[in-house]
Design a protein around this ligand. Structure first.
Ligand SMILES: Cc1ncc(COP(=O)(O)O)c(C=O)c1O
Length: 384
């Protein structure tokens, strides 16, 4: 099979025009043509996150770099509360354990979220300078109610930080109206560009915590990076470390396409595709890890009920659909993850369900052909 469809949780399918935009020679970080590409990309990031008056950053690195850069807002012995629905929520704790901060982890069972009561109870115990949350937990496909929880905790903490690595560009995200201090993402997920850029926005409040005596290391120091970003926003170049120049031309193109589609339509498209996939799985009696109220637009975790994960994924790959392994320790090897973000469309949902239907039959779960596809088709039809 030489043609396949990437239904992975990132990197995702990349539009050819986006890829080609990055194919350049004779271009460096100080080249005149790079300056507007960077400026437009910073602007595009603000559009996707509804971050009107925020300071945008695009850094060479991945999503984890953006997470670690939060040490730029912290000082020794600060209290940080991490609200986690899975592996990537837990990563915050692993990062902060490397620094001299007091980090408390609240973790849900896979498929659920930490309850509002548990969060409020913890915030009543002591003052937390920073609270982190993950909008879509990629290990479980769970969407956390960022808007609602941010509103509840706003007066109880100084800094609300949202990991939108697996959601920005596909889920409703309005950092300005929701009063979020920091929102971060990465290039390879719903923004659908190659990996290599870490993108984040900081509110005015968050900027006021940047200092030269923060806990951050050299590379992640947003207090330094801020000056470089300001330069590009004022049509000047700048250097702190080398920016991923070619990737930023791709990002600029991707943001152009996103603006053309509009975030409203983009979110709707993701809703239809993810809903069609889940309808197909439900019709085939396959369990989804996330509880229904936490379904996300971008990731679906499907339980395998004793089918071998690697064999299942290999069969699907050999039949043209590449999906991701299940990684949450509690259920490692017992589920797969279907990524549906970026440039996915309705036909991709149908193809994915068709191959899953065949794979389930192959591995002993007898399903009448067409069961999943019919449900997915009907979902798409009903949505419109
Ligand atoms: C929700 C979430 N946060 C953080 C990360 C880490 O991003 P990266 O792998 O780009 O460092 C990921 C990666 O999959 C993620 O899904």
């Amino acid at each position: 099979m030489n043609r396949k469809l990437l239904m992975h949780v990132g990197p995702t399918i990349i539009d050819m025009d986006v890829l080609l935009a990055g194919v350049r020679n004779n271009t460096g970080f100080a080249s005149p043509e790079f300056i507007p590409a960077m400026k437009n990309s910073l602007d595009g990031l603000k559009y996707v996150m509804n971050a009107k008056n925020y300071q945008p950053f695009i850094l060479p690195g991945s999503g984890t770099l953006g997470m670690e850069s939060m040490t730029s807002l912290l000082k020794k012995n600060d209290n940080v509360l991490v609200i986690s629905s899975g592996v990537f929520g837990d990563r915050w704790k692993a990062i902060f354990n490397k620094y001299e901060v007091n980090c408390t982890l609240l973790r849900s069972e896979p498929g659920k979220i930490v309850s509002e009561d548990r969060i409020m109870e913890e915030l009543d115990k002591k003052h937390y300078k920073m609270v982190t949350m993950t909008q879509v937990e990629t290990s479980t496909g769970v969407r956390f109610p960022v808007k609602e929880i941010a509103k509840k905790i706003r007066d109880k903490t100084d800094l609300i930080v949202v990991d939108a690595v697996a959601s920005a560009g596909a889920e409703e995200l309005n950092v300005h109206d929701w009063d979020i201090d920091v929102c971060l993402t990465a290039s390879q997920k719903a923004l659908a560009t190659p990996p290599g850029a870490s993108l984040l926005v900081l509110s005015e409040n968050a900027l006021s915590y940047l200092s030269d005596d923060s806990l951050s290391g050299f590379y992640t120091d947003l207090n330094q990076w801020k000056n470089i970003m300001n330069n590009f926003e004022s049509n000047k170049s700048g250097y702190y470390t080398t920016l991923p120049v070619h990737l930023i031309f791709s990002l600029e193109k991707s943001f152009d396409l996103i603006k053309e589609e509009t975030m409203e339509n983009r979110i709707k498209r993701h809703k239809i595709v993810s809903g069609a996939i889940r309808s197909g799985l439900n019709a085939m009696d396959m369990d989804i890890m996330a509880y229904e109220k936490y379904y996300s637009n971008t990731v679906t975790a499907m339980m395998l009920n004793n089918i071998n994960m690697n064999e299942f994924l290999n069969y699907c790959l050999n039949n043209g659909i590449e999906m991701a392994t299940g990684i949450i320790p509690e259920y490692a090897g017992k589920y797969i993850r279907i990524g549906h973000m970026g440039w996915i469309n309705e036909n991709d949902a149908i193809s994915t369900i068709a191959v899953i239907e065949r794979a389930l039959n192959k591995f002993g779960k007898k399903i009448k052909y067409g069961t999943g596809i019919t449900a997915a088709q009907e979902y798409i039809e009903d949505f419109k």
